[in-house]
Design a protein around this ligand. Sequence first.
Ligand code: ADP
Length: 199
Amino acid sequence: MAFVIGVTGGIGSGKTTVADLFAEKGIDVIDADVIARQVVEPGTDGLNAIAEKFGAEMLTPEGTLNRAALREHVFSHPEDKVWLNALLHPKIRETMISQTQQSQTPYCLLVVPLLVENSLQLLCQRVLVVDVSEQTQIARTGKRDGVSTEQVKNILNAQASRIQRLAIADDIVNNDGGNKELIPQIDALHAQYLELATQ
Ligand code: ADP
C-alpha cells in the first residue's frame, strides 16, 4: 500500500515550496490542483457532461473548458454548483487514489489546498500542515498574485481556519522564516517518513 502524506495549508502558506523540496529528494508529488484540471480536459467524461448540461458556451473555441464562464455561471446558480461538485469531486478523488497507488517512491505527497474542507485526510496515512501567520500569508500571496490585503483576507475567510487545520495535523512545518529555516524541517520529516514507510 502507498504511504501517503497529505500536505495542506492556507493560500500562500508555502505548500508548493515545501512540495518542491520533497520532490528534489525524489519523492512523488501528486497535486490536487493538477488533477482538478485533468478531470475536465478535452475528451473527458467530466468536460462532456459540463458541455451537455450548460451548452457550448462553456467551451473555448479550442474546445477546452471556459473556466471563467463556468465560474460565473455557478456563482449565480448555486444548485448548479452542487451538481458540478457532485460530478467532479468523485472523479478527482478516484484520480487521487489511483495516482497515489501508482507511486513507486517510498512514500508520496498528496498536496491538497482544501484537504480539511473536503475531508481528504481520509486518503492519507499522515497529514502535514504548512503553517504560517496570517501576516506572512497576506504578504506572500499579495506579492505572488498581485492582490490586496483585503482580497487575501476574503480568501482566508472562505477557507478552513488555521486552528481547524492544525487540529488534524500529524506534522507541522513552520514557514514564517526563510529557506534556511525551512530546509532542516524538511530534512527531518523526510528521514521520519522514510522510517515510517518501512514499518
Ligand atoms: P502555496 O502553494 O501554499 O499557495 P507557495 O509555495 O506558492 O504557497 O508560496 C507562496 C509565495 O511565497 C510564493 O511566491 C513563494 O515563492 C513564497 N515563499 C514560500 N515560502 C517562502 C519562504 N520560506 N521564504 C520566502 N518566500 C517564500
